[in-house]
Ligand binder design. Structure first.
Ligand code: KG4
Ligand code: ZN
Length: 331
């Protein structure tokens, strides 16, 4: 089964073709980062318009990359939520229209299920049960995965998501949007231990997170400092270490609580080098396993939607022709 996947939930237009026999055939991505940079964040209306502009050229690019004609497809998957409603509507309308015109089944995919399943796209030997750490700009969740579609939420953030905390912290130290990856790059040159911030909610039982207080701690440290580039790097390192350590402590707890041996990490913050190294060390210590998608498939992309959609279509799930999206949607 060859499935076209479309992702337009936020500021990335992603399209991919996944073949259930041959794996990922092609993927194409356009990022709107430059468009939103001057506003310091994603402007929903501009995002929708840019998806409209880029989506069909990317569909053509992905099909050409896969060496396929539209008639060679067996299904269409698109992100149906959660995300920005206008942006979602672009992918949903285009996906449904393509499916209708080609007489194919279409399926709306949960964006976070796409992230959650992305590591399986990279490694066909990886199978549930496992614990998933989902760390993106909008979500921070620990999920027990018993099977495809069998998800139990173990814990989540009570305020900012981990990626959001990276972005906001970067902004308050004057880094350009999108600050998360830039802050992580800066942290590489910072001295460990020069600044120490708390590991929120690790001193009490449970698997929930809270990252908004860290941002305030960083703001106070930054305002009281000499604000040199070296100090900024040191603070970035202190902040990153606090987030990474907090996530690692909760992952360890989730593995102990569920008895799972495998940890899967997905979402944009999963691209963070220090988080990857720390969770790798945790897995080795527990003689378990940790799996990450390649960094490009940690952040938003069409491949994860094509893959999750293919699994759903293979299981016989598809929808009536109405176009609907769900901007707020629990998994
Ligand atoms: O999954 P994603 O592309 O979009 C959402 O679904 O939110 O995640 C984007 C988030 C942003 O907050 C970004 O700052 C963060 O992932 N991010 C990183 C890194 N790369 C992306 N955070 C820390 N370190 C990175 N290397
Ligand atoms: Zn995402």
């Amino acid at each position: 089964m060859r499935v076209l996947g479309i992702e337009t939930s936020c500021d990335e237009t992603g399209v991919a073709v996944y073949d259930t026999d041959r794996g990922l055939l092609a993927h194409a991505l356009y990022t709107q980062v430059a468009l939103h940079a001057e506003y310091g964040g994603v402007v929903p209306e501009l995002a929708s318009r840019d998806h409209v502009r880029k989506l069909l050229p990317l569909v053509r690019e992905a099909l050409a990359g896969a060496g396929l004609a539209p008639a060679d497809l067996d299904g269409v998957a698109y992100t149906a939520g959660p995300g920005l409603v206008g942006a979602l509507m672009v992918g949903a309308a285009a996906g449904r229209a393509l499916a209708w015109a080609l007489d194919l089944p279409a399926v709306g995919v949960h964006h976070m299920e796409g992230h959650l399943l992305a590591p399986l796209l990279e490694d066909p030997t990886l199978k549930p049960p496992f614990v998933a750490l989902l760390v993106s700009g909008g979500h921070t969740q620990l999920v027990e995965v018993a099977g495809i579609g069998e998800y139990r939420l173990l814990g989540e953030t009570l305020d900012d998501a981990a990626g959001e905390a990276f972005d906001k912290t970067a902004k308050l130290m004057g880094l350009a949007y999108p600050g998360g990856p830039e802050l992580a790059r800066l942290a590489e040159t910072g001295r460990p231990g020069a600044f120490t911030f708390s590991r929120p909610m690790t001193d009490r039982p449970g698997l929930d997170f809270s990252f908004s207080g860290l941002k305030t701690q960083v703001l106070l440290a930054w305002q009281a400092s000499d604000q040199t580039p070296e100090t900024r790097a040191d603070i970035a390192r202190g902040f990153e270490d606090a987030v990474v350590e907090t996530l690692a402590i909760k992952c360890q707890r989730a593995l102990e609580q569920t008895g799972a041996r495998t940890l899967v990490v997905a979402g944009g913050v999963g691209a963070n080098v220090r988080l990857r190294a720390r969770l790798q060390a945790l897995a080795e210590k527990r003689r378990g396993r940790v799996c990450f998608p390649r960094p490009a498939f940690c952040t938003d992309n069409g491949a994860m939607i094509a893959f999750a959609g293919a699994l759903r279509l293979q299981a016989g799930q598809h929808e009536t022709p109405a176009v609907t999206v769900t901007p707020r949607w629990d998994m």
